[in-house]
Design a binder for this molecule. Structure first.
Ligand code: 59J
Length: 599
C-alpha cells in the first residue's frame, strides 16, 4: 500500500514545510542543549564545581596549643588547657524549633535569648553558641544530638599565680592571642601556627572524611622567664600588706639580678585576676612598674653625686655648708631641707638627704654634664626590657635647664622616671658602673656598657650604705646579716604646676653592698590615703625592701657579708632588727656635724 497522498504534487510542499519546522525546532533545541552543556561544563564549570564542593568540602583549622610560660625554676606560670567551642548552624537550628528549648537549657541561656541570636544570623551557617566550654560539658551538649550543633577544639590560658603575676604576664584574648604584657611581647614565639585540613562534612556538619592536610599545625613554643616565682610571691605579699597597712593607693616593686639584668620580680598594686579579667578595671591592669612615671625625688641624688665626683671638684668628704637648711636660687626660687643639717659633706648629703647640698653641687656643674650623666644611666630612654608600652620617662634637654631646673633636677624634681628605670640605674652603680638592659627571659644576653668609672660607682655605694646605717633615714631597709646600700625618697606629687600634700614613698637599694647581687626598687603612692600621716620613704617603702630582700637572700642562698654574731642562736632571726653592730668601715671618717648644729 502506498500512502494516500503519495506521488501527488502540492500536498508534499505542505509536508516539507512542516518537516522543516520540526527539524528547525529540533536543531534549535539541541543547539540550546549543547550551548547549555558547554556553559555548565566548560564556561561555568569552576563555579558549579566550587558550589558543589562547598556543600561538602571544608577547610577547617587545627587548633594548636600555646606554649607554656615557666618561671626560671621551671614552675608553670601560664598554661594552655584544652577547651571546646560549641557552634551551631542557625539555618538548621531554626528549622527544628522543637529542639531549641533543650539546647538553650544545655547552654545555660533562655530559649528567647538563643532564638534571638539565631534569628540575627538566620542567613548564615555558623555561629559560636558557647565558648570556652570544658571538654566534659561539651560532650554533654553534643550527646543531645541536635542537628546543626557541633564543637571545635580550642585552648584557653590559665594563670596559676593569679593576681601575683597578672601585670607581668599580661593575658590572651578568646582566640588565645597575646593582648598585653609578656603574652603580647612574645606572642609570635608562644602562639605557633594553627594547621588547616580539608575535610568532607555531612549535612549535619560532622566530619566524614579527611581529604588532605592543607597546612601542618605548628605548635607554640615554651618560654622560660627570668622571674623567680618565689621572690615574686614574697614581693607581692609584702607590697600588698604595706599598701593595705598605710591605706596607700598604688605601688610597684622591681627586683633585678645585678649580674645579668634579669628581672626576678615585678609586682604592682592594685592587681586583678587574669583568670576572670572581665571584671577588672583597666586601671588595675597597668604594669605600673614600667608604664607609669613619677618624680624620683631624692632617689636621684646618687646620680648628681656621680656627676659631682666625675667633675673632679668634689670628693666624698668635701665639705658643703647647708646652713640654714634652705637656699634661694639665682632665679628667686627657694628650696629647702626637712631641717637644718648645717655644715656637712658630700657623703652626708646622701646620708641625710639634703636638697640644699645636692643643689649646691649642681650649681658648680654645667647642665650639659648633669644631663649627660643622667642620660648615661638610662633616664629619658626606655630601658629596652621589651615590655609592651614601656614609658621612657622624661628627662628635659639640658638647654632648657635654668638655675632652678638645675637645682631641682639634682634632687629629683622636674624629671620623671619609671620604677624600672630607677632599678636599672641603681643596678649600673651596683654593677661597677656598667648599665645593663633589663630582660625578662632567663639566660638571654642583656647587653651592657660602661657608663661610669667603677671607682666612682664604688664611692657612691659606700655613701648609700650610710643611709641604711644609724645616721640615715633608711635603717628600716636593713637586712640581717647583709650590708645594704640604698636611698630613701619622699616626693610630693606634682599636679598642674604645684605640689600636693600627696606623697610617693620610695626606696631604691642593693644587697649585699660589698658585692651587690640584687637591686630592688619600691614605690608606694599616697600613703595615709593621700591625707598626710606617715609617708616617709624610710618608713613606708624601706621596710618592704628589707622583708623581701631578707627572703630573697635566703632563697638564692647568697653568702652573708655582715654576719651578726649577736644574733647567733637567737630565736628571732627574722627581718626585724635589734641594735646592729656597724659594718667594718662604718661610720665614714667624719664627725656627726648635725649634733654641733642647733636644730
Ligand atoms: C618633701 C619635695 C617637692 C618638689 C618635702 C617630702 C621639694 C621641692 C619643688 C616635704 C615631704 C615633705 C621642686 S624628707 O626625699 O625633701 O624619704 O626618708 O617633695 O623639696 O623643692 O613634707 N625624705 N624629701 N621634697 N619637694 N619641690 C626627705 C626628702 C627626700 C625622707 C625623710 C624626710 C623631700 C627623711 C620632699 C625620706 O630625701
Amino acid at each position: 500500500m502506498k500512502p494516500a497522498n503519495a506521488g501527488k504534487r502540492g500536498k508534499p510542499a505542505n509536508l516539507r514545510a512542516r518537516l522543516y519546522t520540526v527539524l528547525m525546532v529540533l536543531v534549535l533545541a539541541s543547539t540550546a542543549l549543547v550551548v547549555r552543556a558547554v556553559d555548565l561544563q566548560v564556561v561555568r564549570k569552576d563555579f558549579y564545581q566550587d558550589q558543589g564542593d562547598a556543600r561538602y568540602l571544608r577547610d577547617i583549622p587545627i587548633a594548636v596549643s600555646r606554649g607554656t610560660i615557666f618561671d626560671r625554676n621551671g614552675e608553670p606560670l601560664a598554661v594552655s588547657t584544652p577547651v571546646e567551642s560549641i557552634w551551631g548552624n542557625p539555618q538548621e537550628l531554626l528549622a527544628n524549633p522543637d529542639r531549641l528549648p533543650g539546647l538553650a537549657k544545655a547552654l545555660g541561656v533562655s530559649t528567647d535569648v538563643l532564638t534571638e541570636r539565631l534569628l540575627q544570623r538566620r542567613d548564615k551557617e555558623f555561629l559560636y553558641l558557647k565558648r570556652p566550654v570544658d571538654p566534659d560539658a561539651a560532650k554533654e551538649i553534643l550527646a543531645l544530638q541536635i542537628p546543626g550543633v557541633a564543637s571545635e577544639r580550642a585552648f584557653r590560658r590559665y594563670y596559676p599565680s593569679g593576681e601575683i603575676l597578672a601585670h607581668t604576664l599580661g593575658f590572651t584574648n578568646i582566640d588565645d592571642r597575646g593582648q598585653e604584657g609578656l603574652e603580647l611581647a612574645f606572642d609570635d614565639w608562644l602562639a605557633g601556627k594553627p594547621g588547616v585540613k580539608r575535610v568532607i562534612r555531612d549535612r549535619l556538619g560532622h566530619v566524614v572524611e579527611n581529604v588532605e592536610m592543607v597546612r601542618e599545625a605548628q605548635p607554640g613554643r615554651d618560654l622560660t622567664l627570668s622571674i623567680d616565682r618565689r621572690i615574686q610571691y614574697v614581693a607581692y605579699r609584702e607590697l600588698k600588706a604595706a599598701i593595705l597597712e598605710h591605706n596607700a593607693s598604688s605601688g610597684s616593686m622591681v627586683i633585678l639580678d645585678v649580674s645579668n639584668g634579669e628581672v626576678l620580680a615585678m609586682v604592682n598594686q592594685p592587681s586583678f585576676n587574669p583568670n576572670a579579667k572581665g571584671s577588672a578595671e583597666p586601671a588595675f591592669r597597668r604594669n605600673r612598674g614600667v608604664t607609669d612615671v613619677l618624680e624620683p625625688g631624692s632617689t636621684m641624688k646618687p646620680f648628681t653625686v656621680v656627676a659631682a665626683l666625675e667633675s673632679g671638684r668634689w670628693k666624698p668628704d668635701t665639705p658643703i655648708d647647708t646652713t640654714p637648711g634652705k637656699m634661694t636660687l639665682p632665679g628667686g626660687y627657694t628650696i629647702g631641707d626637712i631641717r637644718n643639717f648645717g655644715p656637712i659633706n658630700v657623703t652626708r648629703v646622701i646620708t641625710k638627704s639634703s636638697n640644699v647640698g645636692a643643689a649646691k653641687m649642681a650649681m658648680s656643674m654645667t647642665a650639659d654634664h648633669m644631663y649627660d650623666v643622667f642620660h648615661r644611666f638610662g633616664f629619658g630612654e626606655v630601658s629596652g626590657c621589651g615590655f609592651p608600652g614601656e614609658s621612657p620617662g622624661l628627662l628635659p634637654v639640658a638647654k632648657v635647664w635654668g638655675p632652678t631646673e638645675k637645682a631641682t633636677i639634682s634632687y629629683g624634681y622636674g624629671l620623671s622616671v619609671t620604677p624600672m628605670q630607677l632599678a636599672q640605674a641603681y643596678a649600673a652603680l651596683a654593677n661597677g658602673g656598667r648599665l645593663r638592659q633589663p630582660g625578662f627571659v632567663r639566660g638571654a644576653t642583656n647587653p651592657d656598657s660602661a657608663v661610669v668609672d667603677p671607682h666612682i660607682a664604688g664611692q657612691v655605694i659606700a655613701m648609700l650604705e650610710t643611709v641604711v646605717g644609724p645616721e640615715g633615714g633608711g635603717l628600716k631597709a636593713a637586712v640581717a646579716n647583709y650590708r645594704v646600700a640604698g636611698k630613701t625618697g619622699t616626693s610630693r606629687r606634682a599636679v598642674g604646676g604645684g605640689y600636693e600634700k600627696r606623697y610617693a614613698s620610695l626606696f631604691a637599694g642593693m644587697v649585699p653592698a660589698s658585692q651587690p647581687r640584687l637591686v630592688g626598687v619600691v614605690v608606694i603612692h599616697d600613703p595615709g590615703g593621700g591625707r598626710g600621716g606617715v609617708y616617709y620613704g624610710g618608713l613606708i617603702s624601706a621596710p618592704v625592701f628589707s622583708k623581701v630582700m631578707n627572703e630573697a637572700m635566703r632563697l638564692l642562698d647568697v653568702a652573708p657579708d655582715n654576719v651578726q654574731r649577736w644574733y647567733a642562736g637567737s630565736p628571732d632571726m627574722g627581718h626585724t632588727l635589734g641594735p646592729m653592730s656597724p659594718p667594718p668601715d662604718y661610720p665614714p671618717d667624719q664627725p656627726n656635724y648635725e649634733e654641733a648644729v642647733p636644730q
